[in-house]
Every structure is written in C-alpha cells, then in structure tokens.
Design a protein around this ligand. Structure first.
Ligand code: SF4
Length: 426
C-alpha cells in the first residue's frame, strides 16, 4: 500500500474528542534539561545553572557524555552556607561570573538559569542579570530564566529561555518577515531555508538563532510559524511585540510538514501549483523512505505518556501516516492556541488525556498492553522490565525529526524498539 499524505487541513473543530484531565503524581524532568539541546544550538551562549549538586548531576548526565569540546554550560553550586543564608549568594555569583567570562572570551550571551534551590533561597536572578549587564554589556549580554520545576515539563526550559530573549529582540517595525520559532537541528534549518527560498518566502528568521548575538527582529510585519509545540509563553510575548501567529500543524511527518509549509505559503499568497511543484521532490523521496517503516508500524498499538508536549503531533503522525492505533495520547497540558490544528487531525474517538495521575495511567497502560509505550526515562525502565517496548520521549526532542527528509527517521525511532522487542522474544 502506498502512502498518500493529505495536504488539506480540515478547519472544523473536533468537539467529539473527550479529554481526560488528571491532576495527580507526575513523572517528569525539570526545565534544566533544555540546556542539553539549547547549548548546542546557540554557539556563542553559555548556560550557568545556579543550583545544587543535584542540578549539576542532572545536566551533566543528560549532556555530559556527548561533550568533546569545552562545554557551554556549568553550575554555580549553592553550598550549605548559601542555602543557610550565611554567605551572600549574590557576591558569590558575581565572583563566579567574573572568573567564567575572563576564562571564556568566546561567550556572547550568558544565561543565568534558576533552579529549585535558587528559588527556595529567593535569589533574584533578574536583579543579578541587571547588575552584571551594567558591567559586561555590550560585550556580553546577561539574561536569566528559570529551569526549576516540580510542576513544569522539561521542554518548558526552552520556552523560558526563548521567552527571556524576546524583550531584547530588535524591532522590525512593519517589515514583513517569517519567524520560525523553536530550536531545530542545523541540518533541518538548512533544509527548510532552501524550501522557503524555492517557494519565494522571506526574509525568514529562525528563533533561537545559531548565534545568540544575532537576534531576529520582531514587529507588526512578523508572522510566527512554530516548529515546536511547547512555546506557549514565548509565543504570547512575541504576539505582545506585534507579531501574528500562523496556526498550523507541526512539521512532523510528510503530512505535517506539507501543512506547515502550506500555512506559510498561503500567508505569502503563493500559487498552489508553485507550491506543489516546490515540495514534490521532497515529498516523493520521503514517501518512499517512510513506506518501509509503515509496514512495521501499521496496526500496532501506541500509548503515549505525558512528557515532552510533542505527544499530540506525534500521535497524529503515528496514526495518520504510519497506520498505528492510538490507545491513549497523554500530554502535560493542552494550549488550544498552539494545538487546535493538531487536535483536529486526530482520529475521532482518540483517548486524549491532559496532566497525569501516574499510577492510574500505568494501570490503564498495562491493561491495554500496547505494542509501544512512549514515556519518560523514569517509567521506561520498569516497563521494559515488565516486557513492554518503550520509546524515551526525551530522545524525540534531541533527535532531528522535523521535515520531509526526517519523516522516515522519525518512524524508525518507533520501529526500532518494536524490532528489538521482537528479537528478544523469539
Ligand atoms: S532544578 Fe529542581 S528539579 Fe531540576 S535538578 Fe535542580 S533541584 Fe532537581
């Protein structure tokens, strides 16, 4: 069977998808995790976590193994004296920043990243950035955001980081432009840039940029197209600066990428035949590459736990392009402004859940016996031990999965655990 991706986005709202809302025990990482991909994206930025040894271990173990050069992140560890209020944490922080900037002249932007411990002792990092900017700006810009989170999801770290940059973006006034919001792997960014050029759409800016010192302009002529679905606060701040959101499905899979590009093309009044012509080679290549994995995935059952906030677009891809059956699609929270177009594409009757009561959800998952469970690291190992195939949701944020050329790679990320489980059980 050949895959026939749909280029039409239905515009009626599916009111028949009931949403189970749960507020209980959750299993999630905090926003510090975002540093792992953000420090690779912005090559002149440094992320200084102001936190405890636990925070340092989290970031180091998530990113450390992949480091071959001097890292662009570190932790200013709050010791017992800081936590007990016996030392002036601001003085300590200034001393560490002095040392760091003296040793690393390559740093153009320094993010002070708050954590649970810095919030507990009420260390005001906004004031600290203001103070440090007076000394170091314009050579180095100091920004701050919070990565702490018992109540947040790990992708909110990127939202908070980008949000901290919005007030310092230059003003573009009325100049029409497209801003792609959300970090993309450089290779994917280049592919999209080529497609936008082919379509005659531009100027196109990517936010975050590869160099934090080259910030994209924003203003009344800016149209926002989101590459990531977890940027609620950033989008609202950009809208407050005059930009307009182009609501769209996300560029995952062939269908999502086509709908995403079409949203931009429509805003630029690009003729349909020019659009079809520009995307045809990429679509054809992607169809052939994806077909192989579709054969493995079609008819298999998927259960998605709430973790990365990518769950709804991924579920749409798994169901509509890979032929999988969705047992439950859990997501930490649903922002209708950012997710409506995706919810409209889910099959009628999809069990959608928002928030988490982890024990109850685990019971539902065990009972349904899915072929694959997409979840955080904390749940994956126990479920694997029970004989279930799992996919770490965090891997989907680290890997290049956007766009046509990555559609098959995205499907493979789900096909691989199924194949592994099959081999273990024969
Ligand atoms: S910020 Fe909070 S949740 Fe994250 S590692 Fe530090 S202490 Fe743990």
């Amino acid at each position: 069977m050949a895959l026939e991706p749909c280029t039409e986005v239905p515009n009626q709202i599916k009111t028949d998808i009931p949403i189970l809302k749960e507020r209980g025990q959750r299993e999630v990482f905090c926003g510090l995790t975002g540093i792992v991909w953000l420090h690779r994206k912005m090559q002149d930025a440094f992320f200084l976590v102001v936190g405890s040894r636990t925070c340092a271990h989290l970031v180091q173990s998530a990113a450390g193994v992949m480091i071959f050069a001097e890292p662009r992140f570190g932790t200013a560890i709050l010791g017992e004296r800081d936590l007990a209020g016996l030392a002036d944490a601001n003085e300590e922080l200034d001393r560490i920043v002095d040392q760091l900037l003296e040793r690393r002249p390559d740093i153009g932007t320094l993010f002070l990243v708050g954590s649970c411990p810095s919030e507990v002792i009420k260390l005001d990092l906004a004031k600290a950035s203001e103070r440090l900017n007076q000394r170091f700006f314009p050579k180095v810009r100091i920004l701050n955001y919070s990565g702490s989170g018992i109540e947040t999801t790990f992708t909110q770290g990127e939202d908070a980081c980008l949000g901290s940059m919005v007030p310092v973006l230059p003003n573009s006034y009325e100049e029409p432009s497209l801003m792609i919001v959300g970090s993309l792997a450089d290779v994917v960014e280049d592919q999209f840039q080529r497609l936008f050029e082919k379509l005659g759409i531009g100027p196109v800016y990517f936010f975050p940029p590869r160099r934090a010192s080259k910030l994209p302009p924003v203003g009344k002529g800016t149209k926002l197209l989101l590459a990531q679905p977890f940027l609620s606060d950033t989008v609202r701040s950009l809208i407050a600066r005059g930009a307009t959101l182009l609501p769209s499905p996300y560029p995952f899979g062939i269908e999502g990428t086509t709908a995403w590009l079409k949203t931009a093309a429509d805003a630029w009044h690009i003729d349909s035949s020019q659009f079809e012509q520009a995307i045809a080679p990429s679509v054809n290549r992607a169809k052939i590459a994806l077909e192989r994995y579709r054969q493995t995935l079609a008819g298999r059952k998927a259960f998605l736990f709430p973790d990365s906030q990518l769950e709804i677009p991924l579920a749409r891809f798994l169901s509509r392009e890979c032929g999988m059956e969705l047992v439950e699609v859990g997501t930490p929270y649903i922002d209708r402004l950012l997710m409506e177009s995706e919810i409209n594409l889910l099959p009628v009757g999809t069990a959608l859940s928002e928030g988490q009561d982890v024990e109850k959800q685990l019971d539902r998952c065990r009972e349904a016996k899915p072929d694959i469970t997409v979840c955080g690291l904390g749940l994956a190992n126990p479920l694997e031990a029970e004989g279930m195939a799992t996919k770490w949701s965090i891997e989907l944020v680290f890997s290049p999965i956007h766009g046509y050329d990555q559609a098959a790679d995205l499907a493979e990320l789900f096909a691989r655990p199924l194949e592994r489980r099959r081999r273990l059980t024969v």
